[in-house]
Design a protein. Sequence first.
Length: 183
Amino acid sequence: MTATRRKVLVPLATLMVAGTVAVGSGASFTSTTASTTAVTSGSVTHVNDVTSLSITNIKDKDTVTGSVKITNTGTLPSTLTIAETADTSTFVDGDLKLTLTQGATVLYDGTFGGLVNGQTIALGALPVGSSTTVTFTVKLVETTNNTNEGKNASASFQWVSTQEAGSPLSFVPGYDALFGQGD
């Protein structure tokens, strides 16, 4: 009887082991997907259409005007500033005037070279692809005399674009659903 039990138990044990292997060997459903996240930073660049404004043979009562147009050529909105970085003048103090305007807004109106070097003047927001124009008006006063004959003056300016403050961005449409973003 012991042999009969063994004959029954051995095949039964073999079936149980085979059943366990079958259940543990992939009897569940699976799904696999992949995704990629790509990141590109923006750029802050601008161009100015004039790099030098030159005035020659100015005389008393002359008013000379020139403009510089700054265009945001980057991929990020920015804010724009201008600053005088250096100046020299041999004119009698106060006789050579400079006015800087942006549209109807007067940015500076005073003596040529009278801006504090390095002090910035805010010109405002400059969205991508947009531009702004700053007009330089130089005047030699009417009351000048021979002491201003043969004199010269120069001033250097620096234009600086700075990215606007960052803000939360969404993934490109179509990817939002994959990452649980959006509506």
